[in-house]
Design a binder for this molecule. Structure first.
Ligand SMILES: Nc1ncnc2c1ncn2[C@@H]1O[C@H](COP(=O)(O)OP(=O)(O)OP(=O)(O)O)[C@@H](O)[C@H]1O
Ligand SMILES: [Mg+2]
Length: 460
């Protein structure tokens, strides 16, 4: 892939070999690449060089690279942070996205994937500079057409969402990470009459308590140390549109009170201010935690819970809607093949079987990444089984043997229990036990032998 402008890239990894090969790769592609093997070294580079992209391993000798986010945010324009995780460490990956990293990739990385990281970072930067924060969301992602739903469970979700889209109702989207809550929140907005207004997204989990309040409600000059100027909050920014409060379970007690108020009377107060400001905002919230349990544990206000739980929409985990897997996989093949101008068009049947058998702890996001990688690795016009990560293929293999071969074995234990209970009931008399079980005496004898039930056991 031809590079347009060279980018300034920082690679952070404590494995000397990985570090060297990544920096060499980027240099060979015509970029400027720096390397760092610790957090401290990385911070030094971030502070002295204008970077476009930081590609960092999550675990470094002096801490995790989530810490780099704060350093990066201080820069304008801020470089993109893409985190590298080991395969299967989906928690790290999820936390990476939650904490505000632009993306994550799983090691080992292949050349095509590295190019894709660069191109995506470049595209995101371009988008960010083009779009002011208040620009309404537009484009491919924005309507229900972009939400793949083939499984009845997901079709039902989509139907509900469509019905409530153009209302003022507060909607609470729940579901595991990567199930499509953010995608659906955008779709809700774009299918409402507010679609020309702003869609403002707030990652509640990415900010600390004090910041979150001022982020949402704004602050007056002098409200706290460092508040030099009066600032409008996200609610004011979202006036006439939709505010999407992601990870609502992490809202501080003070923020919860503020939210109660906006939901009740549509009014907010800036931190440190006394004026009441009226806003016209539709609220969509999301969480991957069980809010009812958070209420029970005393971490979430019960009154707020009832106010926001008016229209709960639960996104099923991907493993609960297996019929979506092939449809989503093909959708992602088309998307990534187009992006990477690749000739891949489909997925081999065995590979598809593997994808359908896997339990997808990272849900649709994980599937998306696997297909992205598959498209890059594929040599022909299909993704083959060999283009999928070993762990996934292995698990599918285990699942197949677990359900087919040991089925007979799996039935032995209940069978054994039933027979022993019958024998126990009739004091070990085999004729009576056979009658009770509705089988012949000889069948019972065969079963006793096959199940290794000895005389002592049979007498109970
Ligand atoms: N039904 C779907 N059709 C097409 N793409 C989907 C679908 N569901 C999810 N995706 C894609 O999968 C990725 C993860 O979805 P999304 O970010 O909406 O998940 P989420 O539930 O908000 O996750 P988190 O809890 O981590 O924020 C996104 O790239 C999204 O576009
Ligand atoms: Mg989300």
């Amino acid at each position: 892939m031809a590079t347009m402008d060279p980018l300034m890239i920082l690679v952070v990894d404590d494995e000397p070999l990985v570090l060297r090969s990544l920096t060499c790769f980027f240099k060979a592609e015509g970029h400027d690449a720096h390397g760092a093997s610790t957090l401290a070294e990385a911070v030094e580079v971030i502070e002295s060089v204008d970077l476009d992209l930081v590609l960092a391993d999550v675990n470094l000798p002096d801490g995790t690279s989530f810490k780099l986010l704060d350093k990066i945010k201080g820069h304008s324009p801020a470089p993109e942070l893409v985190l590298m995780t080991g395969y299967g460490t989906i928690d790290d990956a999820v936390q990476a996205i939650k904490s505000g990293a632009a993306d994550y990739v799983t090691k080992p990385l292949v050349d095509g994937e590295l190019r894709m990281v660069v191109e995506k970072a470049r595209r995101r930067r371009e988008l960010r500079t083009e779009s002011a924060a208040l620009r309404p969301v537009a484009g491919e992602e924005s309507d229900f057409g972009a939400v793949v739903a083939n499984d009845p469970a997901m079709k039902q979700v989509l139907e509900t969402t469509q019905t409530v889209a153009d209302t003022h109702s507060t909607v609470l989207l729940t579901g595991e990470s990567g199930t499509g809550k953010t995608l659906l929140a955008r779709a809700l907005h774009c299918n409402s009459s507010r679609c020309n207004g702003p869609f403002v997204e707030v990652a509640c989990g990415a900010l600390d308590d004090s910041l979150l309040e001022s982020e949402l409600f704004g602050h007056e000059a002098g409200a706290f140390t460092g508040a030099y100027q009066t600032r409008r909050g996200k609610f004011e920014e979202a006036h006439g549109g939709t505010i999407f409060l992601d990870e609502i379970a992490t809202a501080s007690p003070a923020m919860q009170v503020g939210l109660l108020r906006v939901i009740d009377d549509g009014c907010i107060e800036r931190v440190g201010g006394t004026d009441t400001i009226r806003v016209d905002v539709r609220i969509v919230l999301a969480t991957n935690r069980d809010l009812a349990r958070e209420v029970e544990a005393g971490r979430f206000r019960e009154d707020l819970y009832y106010r926001i739980n008016v229209l709960p929409i639960r996104l099923p985990a991907l493993r609960e809607r297996p019929n979506d897997i092939p449809a989503l996989a093909r959708h992602f093949v088309r998307t990534f093949a187009r992006q990477a101008t690749s000739s891949v068009q489909d997925i081999a049947p065995e590979a598809m079987e593997v994808l359908t058998a896997y339990h997808w702890p990272g849900n649709v996001r994980e599937l998306e990444h696997i297909i992205e990688r598959g498209v890059l690795l594929a040599e022909g016009d299909r993704i083959e089984m060999s283009n999928l990560p070993e762990e996934i293929v292995e698990e599918a293999g285990n699942a197949r043997t677990a359900t087919v071969v040991p089925l007979k074995k799996a039935m032995e234990e209940p069978e054994r229990r039933v027979i022993l209970r019958a024998l126990d009931r009739v004091g070990g008399n085999r004729d009576q036990a056979a009658e009770l079980l509705g089988i012949s005496r000889s069948t019972l004898f065969n079963k006793l032998r096959r199940l290794n039930i000895n005389k002592a056991e049979a007498r109970g």
